[in-house]
Design a protein around this ligand. Structure first.
Ligand SMILES: Cc1cc2nc3c(=O)[nH]c(=O)nc-3n(C[C@H](O)[C@H](O)[C@H](O)COP(=O)(O)OP(=O)(O)OC[C@H]3O[C@@H](n4cnc5c(N)ncnc54)[C@H](O)[C@@H]3O)c2cc1C
Length: 398
């Protein structure tokens, strides 16, 4: 008879990692997390957690805290470059799905999850960059780190995101991240920049002839309580190349790119500080999510472009569903297969939606943009209905 796994080595302390660790604890499994970077706070831009992700956070007792730290989004509205309203989706999420969609700083979410993992007696080891996994029969699995140290456990959960090193162990010659040709800029501005506008709790977004801009509140902090982002064709420039430029040069690029866009976009760009630049990456479908005693979850298994606003919520769902399956105490390989069988169809459907949405942010001629805007106006009410399956999902009941 196979021994019941007692210790999980979790690689990555982003979103899926700390949550998976807490659900492992609930299943009676010890969990240690290994994160490549040092502990730090204040990293990243803003993001939105949808009702399905909020349900997982509610299960951990964190929903109210994060609603308090973030800002409820009451709808997601679309405009043309000149400021004509094209439509609105994601209205009344709390009423329709039991929990709201919540905007928050990525750093707030991450710090809250790591704190909660600590207080659940999970060990989080920072500056431990996984470089290799050794999985020999009748021996513990060994994770090797860049600093020469190693850790032993009964199995490995790869929650190490889009650039996953664990993925390379699971599928040595498998798919690698590719650039989708769009680049993202983002950050925070003082609430006052948008506070006097009639946007209330809505996220407002604009489709340009080329590119996309969005903004909304994300916390009650007066200094950086509004988040914004700009998605645009990269024209071959990588995020790393932009990061070599000064903040002034990046801001000038944004001014030029969004020149003539409707208010308050120019004011948001003027107020922007500490602008974060990110490549928009994607990974082709993986042939498998596990190999022997190692399983991938979150972006490591099904990286998604940000255009459906769902990657973090999928990562939260994965962590909880894996915890629930571990409670069934089946053989590890059976649990991993059951996890993949259950999660893959949903994840791949959403990844495909995100890819499709990204296409509307590419470059259009004036006529193309006009046609795109009119099609959007007609399609948004239907699109909205077609997205309900994402938000209605309940990882507690699945
Ligand atoms: C610009 C942008 C905006 C987004 N907006 C949204 C949004 O609004 N809503 C939403 O739901 N999703 C959004 N997403 C997607 C979302 O951020 C991801 O899907 C989510 O972070 C995936 O969580 P994860 O835990 O799988 O990976 P991550 O959050 O990426 O965490 C992976 C962790 O693993 C660590 N790591 C990496 N390699 C190693 C290694 N070798 N050893 C040890 N540790 C390692 C990393 O440092 C990181 O801490 C956005 C993404 C981007 C890029």
């Amino acid at each position: 008879m196979t021994r019941r796994p007692r210790k999980a080595l979790i690689i990555g302390a982003g979103i899926a990692g700390p949550v998976a660790a807490m659900f492992m604890k609930r299943a009676g499994i010890e969990a240690d997390i290994y994160e490549a970077w040092p502990y730090s706070n204040g990293i990243g831009g803003g993001l939105q957690i949808a009702p399905n992700g909020m349900r997982v956070l509610a299960e951990l007792g964190l929903a109210d805290e994060l609603i308090g730290l973030g800002s409820i989004a009451e709808s997601f509205d679309f405009y043309s470059q000149g400021g004509k309203k094209l439509g609105s989706i994601n209205r009344d999420m709390a009423k329709r799905f039991g929990l709201p969609a919540v905007n928050m700083c990525r750093a707030t979410l991450n710090e809250t999850l790591v704190d909660k993992a600590w207080s659940s007696n999970v060990s989080v080891h920072f500056e431990k960059r996984l470089v290799k996994i050794e999985d020999r029969a009748d021996q513990p699995v060994i994770a090797h780190f860049a600093d020469g140290s190693e850790a032993e456990g009964d199995f490995v959960i790869g929650a190490d995101g889009v650039h996953s090193a664990v993925r390379r162990h699971v599928i040595p010659d498998g798919p690698v991240p590719f650039d989708t040709g769009l680049i993202g800029f983002g950050g925070f501005v003082p609430r006052a920049v948008i506070e006097n506008l009639p946007i209330g709790q809505r996220i407002e977004t604009t489709f340009g002839q080329s590119g996309f801009f969005g903004y909304g509140f994300c916390s009650s902090n007066p200094d950086d309580g509004a988040m914004w982002w700009s998605t645009q064709p990269s024209h071959g420039m990588t995020a790393a190349a932009y990061r070599l430029q000064s903040q002034d040069a990046i801001k000038q690029h944004l001014r030029d790119f969004h020149a003539g866009w409707h208010d308050p976009i120019p004011a948001i760009i003027e107020a922007a500080r500490n602008i974060v630049v990110t490549d928009t990456l994607d990974v082709a479908t993986l042939p498998t999510w596990s190999r022997k005693r190692t399983l991938l979850i979150g972006d490591a298994a099904h990286a998604t472009t940000p255009h459906a606003g769902m990657g973090a919520s999928l990562a939260l769902e994965d962590a909880m569903r894996l915890g629930r399956l571990m409670l069934e105490r089946q053989e590890l390989g059976v649990t991993f297969q059951a996890f993949e069988q259950e999660r893959r169809p949903r994840a791949e459907k959403i990844v495909a939606i995100a890819r499709r949405n990204g296409n509307s942010k590419r470059e259009f001629g004036p006529t193309g943009a006009w046609i795109r805007d009119h099609i959007l106006k007609l399609l948004l009410p239907l699109t909205s209905k077609g997205m309900d399956f994402m938000y209605a999902y309940d990882a507690r009941a699945a």
